[in-house]
Design a protein around this ligand. Sequence first.
Ligand code: FPP
Length: 267
Amino acid sequence: MSLGKIIDKKNNDLSKRIDKQKVPEHIAIIMDGNGRWATKKGLPRTYGHRKGVDVLKEIIKVSKKLGCKTLTVYAFSTENWTRPKKEVDFLINLFSEVLRKEIEDIHEESTKIKFIGDLGPFPENLKKIISSSESLTRNNNEFLLNVCVNYGGRQEIVKVAKQLALKCSSGEINPNEVNEELFNSELLIQGIKDPELLIRTSGEKRISNFLLWQLAYSEIYISEVLWPDFNEFEFLKAIIDYQSRDRRFGGIESLPKESFEDSQYFS
Ligand code: FPP
């Protein structure tokens, strides 16, 4: 499947600037700005969340076209419970409604859907539909959609620490064996590489307790656009920006040797 033409203000086709070999395999997204988008239009905040679902569907489609393999989206944080009950209830109903309506298509497109977070406090009907959606799509391997709900990065890290402490105290492992690999094996997201790119919309420059462990070396792209206005064009801009970055992971591999040796510290 090829990308169609995506023309910017200077009449450049953005799709031509994408290097298909360098598309992130895993992209994490903080879909922010739904409420502000609706309020700006004089609409209830819930309209923003509804529009946000359409945008997510579009971004999944584009991700697949680009060859990205996994999207992990922040749909409901552990802090979101502090919102007015009406909005929390709306979001919970929206998750069920979207799953009911979309799960057949999700499955037909060979997408696997996983919900990441503590599902405990959610109503039984949502838990049921989450569980049936996850089992239906369990063996799909074209694309993975991780939906983080009642998720908090710190909570996840504490949970892993507790789990490892229990294993140490029962003698199953020795405290000296605790390392990054073992820590990784207890995380909620398993078997996939960490996101190479985090996109946050609405201009906010925070991680907001999202994937604190997994984002250690991710490139961060802040889009000024509110999530309901985010689209293929804005997404491609994020990927192009990512592709222009020099990912060194704390090293200096991409620094030309001469410039290192010529630097004032070696003269
Ligand atoms: C942040 O905007 C957005 C959310 C808290 C909810 C996002 C949820 C969806 C788009 C639904 C996804 C559904 C499924 C089934 C995957 P905000 O309300 O914090 O906006 P604000 O910062 O303008 O107030």
